[in-house]
Design a protein around this ligand. Structure first.
Ligand SMILES: *[C@@H]1O[C@H](CO)[C@@H](O)[C@H](O)[C@H]1NC(C)=O
Ligand SMILES: *[C@@H]1O[C@H](CO)[C@@H](O)[C@H](O)[C@H]1NC(C)=O
Ligand SMILES: *[C@@H]1O[C@H](CO)[C@@H](O)[C@H](O)[C@H]1NC(C)=O
Ligand SMILES: *[C@@H]1O[C@H](CO)[C@@H](O)[C@H](O)[C@H]1NC(C)=O
Length: 538
């Protein structure tokens, strides 16, 4: 038993890993919920659909038997071997550990010889039916990923129903009927999973395949998950993408493989004969050595982790979702309706993260500078809208252009951004560096560009080069330099530096009565002047 269990797990693993090797691009792993990527906006999170790994779910199960006193051994009784009514030397005694068969023994590790098993009382009240319900509860939604396998220690029952619940045991639906004669037991035509197709995969069937009585060597009953997967993913489950696509679009199909509870309804023990041997009713009972349920926590594609807390499984939700199945958005993240992640497009799926609520945003998201967020579909990210206090950025974490960061203020301080106050005439633009220094035009200086360098003078439009001064740009012919911006010339002279005779510009010219022109006069300087002025005005 141990070996076969080990082998089947091993086989599953080999199948999965070889699939991964051959179809890396079509096989969605869904094992990461988010990664950091680099965009023009800087580092941002990229969110993906994700799900926990499949595992042995029996470890987390709670079992209930109905009727509660149906386990053998109280009072002690003897039972006979199924195939031989005269071999009645087996004893069940609940008060002796070696002879007791409590329900836990269905879930312990097999491998010991003889195997350990749960056993019911014998059918001593025949013809009153011997009915037993074995209910397995997880108190958590689970998605089955492999066959349910039940191993009977004695013969497989003549009649049995496997039922499931999706609502923690409030309502139950049949999963599969098992009988030696389906028509007689359940008025159903016998079928096997192989008779189904993609279109009838959800049909509830009665199968006679596993109910051939005690004569056969096999003690195992399956509920076939993988055969049903194969209708979509191919016989060797090589095209999981196709299965995931179907699961994504067909809720009924997804729900079919989803459970919170299972119930094994044992309705008639193995008899191996048409007539029950009333002389030897100690031959008839139920005994189960192993139940195997393999699956994953259903986290709606919002978690890769599923942890046990207070004996209960809980998804470790990402994408700002919460709840045992990540089935709703966290408080303050209800900016749009919750929705499960999607397997599509293969292979990363769509995360469908929860986004911050419009009205109730916590201080940390926008540092108190905005009370509104918006979801940017293209980047799959959320940004603060209308940042106040001169902030900007995805989280209002930057200063607007024209402002700089107040080094002595926290990020959530109203005074976090300080106006650059760059002088509009003296600065190249209105931005400053992180110390508040503006970028100045030529001839201008000072942190705010409101001062002039030597040789320049502040006009209404900023610093202009001096027109005259007492060093290089002397006013000529007795003119006086006024505030470095103009020469006040004597009446007979004009020009920027009083370099021209006024009469030269008049219609008649200066005539003969030309003003005295100094021998070394102004002439030599004049050709230089335009170049000099141009250099200053640059
Ligand atoms: C077993 O459960 C079914 C419902 O799933 C119920 O109708 C039936 O009475 C139960 N049988 C016993 C023996 O508790
Ligand atoms: C199922 O889990 C819920 C929430 O943790 C808890 O309140 C409840 O008691 C659990 N039910 C059972 C039957 O354990
Ligand atoms: C909630 O989502 C935002 C982005 O939308 C993310 O930055 C933040 O880390 C998430 N919070 C949690 C607790 O997952
Ligand atoms: C910088 O922030 C501190 C702390 O809020 C504040 O006292 C100070 O006035 C701010 N400086 C300016 C220039 O706004």
């Amino acid at each position: 038993m141990y070996l076969s269990r080990f082998l089947s797990l091993h086989t599953l693993w080999v199948t999965v890993s070889s699939v991964m090797q051959h179809y890396p691009s079509v096989w969605g792993h869904y094992d990461v919920c988010k990664t950091q990527i680099y965009t023009e906006e800087g580092k941002v999170w990229d969110y993906m659909a994700c799900q926990p790994e499949a595992r042995d779910m029996i470890k987390y199960v709670k079992v209930t038997l109905d009727p509660p006193d149906i386990t053998c051994g109280d009072p002690p009784e003897t039972f006979c071997a199924m195939g031989n009514p005269y071999m009645c030397n087996n004893e069940c005694d609940a008060s002796t550990q070696e002879l007791a068969h409590p329900p836990e023994l269905m879930f312990d590790l097999e491998g010991r010889h003889p195997s350990t098993f749960w056993q019911s009382t014998t059918w001593k009240d025949y013809p009153k039916p011997l009915h037993v319900n074995i209910t397995l509860s997880w108190n958590k939604t689970i998605e089955l990923t492999d066959n349910i396998v039940i191993t009977f220690e004695s013969g497989r029952p003549d009649q049995m129903i496997l039922e499931k619940s999706l609502d923690y045991g409030r309502t139950w639906q049949p999963y599969q009927y098992y009988a030696t004669d389906c028509l007689d037991a359940f008025h159903m035509d016998p079928k096997s999973v192989r008779d189904l197709s993609q279109h009838t995969v959800l049909e509830i069937i009665c199968t006679e395949e596993y109910s051939t009585g005690y004569m056969t060597n096999s003690k195992i009953i399956h509920f076939e998950i993988k055969d049903r997967f194969a209708f979509f993913a191919g016989p060797r489950l090589h095209n999981m993408a196709s299965l995931y696509g179907q699961l994504d679009t067909t809720k009924k199909l997804r729900d079919f493989f989803t459970i919170t509870d299972l119930r094994i309804r044992l309705l008639r023990p193995a008899t191996g004969e048409i007539y029950v041997d009333e002389q030897h009713l100690a031959r008839y009972f139920y005994a189960i050595s192993d139940i195997r349920v393999f699956g994953r926590c259903k986290c709606n594609l919002h978690a890769t982790g599923c942890k046990e807390e207070n004996k209960r499984l809980l998804c470790e939700c990402e994408h700002n979702t919460t709840g045992p199945d990540c089935g709703k958005c966290k408080k303050n993240y209800q900016g749009r309706p919750w929705s499960p992640g999607s397997y599509l497009p293969i292979p990363k799926g769509t995360a469908n993260i929860c986004i911050p609520s419009i009205s109730s945003i916590g201080n940390c998201e926008c540092f108190g500078h905005s009370n509104r967020c918006s979801y940017i579909e293209l980047l799959n990210t959320v940004i603060c809208v209308s940042c106040k206090h001169n902030t900007r950025g995805q989280h209002c974490e930057l200063c607007r252009l024209g402002y700089f960061r107040n080094a002595s203020a926290e990020l959530d301080d109203e005074n976090v951004c300080i106006d650059c106050y760059c002088n509009p005439f003296g600065s190249v633009h209105d931005r400053c560096n992180d110390r508040g220094f503006c970028e100045c035009k030529e001839g201008t200086s000072g942190p705010k560009c409101d001062k002039c360098l030597p040789g320049y003078i502040w006009h209404s439009l900023g610093c202009q080069p001096n027109v005259c001064d007492n060093e290089l740009l002397h006013c000529q012919n007795g003119g006086t330099c006024i505030n470095n911006v103009r020469c006040q010339c004597p009446p007979a002279y004009t020009g920027i530096l009083c370099e021209k005779l006024r009469c030269e510009r008049e219609p008649g010219g200066c005539g003969r009565s030309s003003a005295p022109r100094g021998p070394g006069g102004l002439r030599p300087l004049l050709p230089l002047l335009p170049a000099l002025l141009a250099a200053r005005a640059r």
